[in-house]
Design a protein around this ligand. Sequence first.
Ligand SMILES: Cc1cc2nc3c(=O)[nH]c(=O)nc-3n(C[C@H](O)[C@H](O)[C@H](O)COP(=O)(O)OP(=O)(O)OC[C@H]3O[C@@H](n4cnc5c(N)ncnc54)[C@H](O)[C@@H]3O)c2cc1C
Length: 403
Amino acid sequence: MSKSCVIIGGGIAGISAALALTKIGVQCTVYELRAAPSTIGGSINLTPNALRLLEFLEVEVQGCRVDSIEIFSLHTGKLLGELPFRKFGPGLRVLREELLRSLLCATDRKGIKVVYDSKLAAIKDDSEDTTVTAVFANGEEVQTNFILGCDGVHSAVRGQYVESSRRPEYTGVVVAYSVIDGSGIKTHFRSTALNSGRFGSLLTSYFDPDRAKIYVGAVMEIKEENDKQGWRVRGNDRQKTMDEIERRYKNSALPCVDELIKEVKDFVFYPVYKLSPGGIWSRGRVLLLGDAAHGMPPQGESTGLAIEDAVLFARVLECTPQTSVEAIFQLYEKTRRPRIDTAYKEAVARWENVKDRSWFLQKVIEWMMWVYLWYKMGDFEASMSYDVRKEEIAIEAEFEPHS
Ligand SMILES: Cc1cc2nc3c(=O)[nH]c(=O)nc-3n(C[C@H](O)[C@H](O)[C@H](O)COP(=O)(O)OP(=O)(O)OC[C@H]3O[C@@H](n4cnc5c(N)ncnc54)[C@H](O)[C@@H]3O)c2cc1C
């Protein structure tokens, strides 16, 4: 196969797509906005199915093994339930920067070019219908067979070309996270815990193989600021956020939580955005993958979804070599939509649950947690055992041969 591809965005979706496409002989170049590899987002949980795909892409990542996510009540200190991975896995808790580093080690080994300091400015349809051109802010123009927009929830590829009206919306929730030295702290959790209360959830987790450090992520409902500058000012008001964290989580029935909060010296503050459901994923020779296509509130599986997008797209491309790029995009989308739509609904429902609520509602949630987990276990198990490499691709006869 002699197709070439430009990938916009050197995050998880972009690098995974480059690895998956290189495996089937597509020549890829990744263009990344930032001057060097970097990312925020703290620690993420890699589910067993995400780990299987990373192995398939020959990516080795270090982290803390997670047999289950434990859910505790901040009010009573009791264990309310668990989401068990061990049957499928286990899972792995890693820093996002560690995952990105591991993905980039794999691109180095494969000789995939990643060009930094390259901000996509525009996309031009070429008169010749077998190519498209990416235009960068530094003036560079690159002509290619197709473009993958892997540039995250605030995607320029989507905003400039695919669907400008679909803008990210604030979810009403901010995450403020910190990484602290965990030595000497006796924790109530095995590896990862969601500590749930009336005023949000506090995520506490080990993320390194030695379990020396602890990630503390405060998920808090915060009023929207008017613009980027407003968020910047709000984020820089460290004392205000520290006061919020203390008001919401201090003096809980879990003594370790107070100790962890005391150790927090600084934090990364960011408002969480999502896209509206559905949306357009492709236009002409340009396709969106990862958060650029289906940014949803963090629900613990989005990284896996971004990697799945990459692996599935490469599979679709591989099994339809005589088909036009537009038809390949349609086939990919048709195959991919059902899983994404289900994950989106689930993510939005779970995210609403981290918002502030009455004492009574919190009590009801705590009482009913085991019923909820029992009821959802079937969906959870189906999601953990899902393998996108086995997804059926329904190739139809009417697909046009490639010009
Ligand atoms: C608080 C939080 C917690 C999360 N926790 C989890 C978790 O526990 N488990 C999980 O699976 N997922 C989690 N996620 C979600 C997960 O991190 C994302 O779904 C995933 O990173 C999406 O990858 P992506 O490559 O699509 O986008 P991104 O990671 O956002 O990467 C986009 C890349 O594109 C680049 N870019 C942007 N604009 C341009 C441009 N104009 N030109 C060139 N490059 C550009 C950016 O610099 C960036 O490198 C969490 C997310 C958040 C916000």
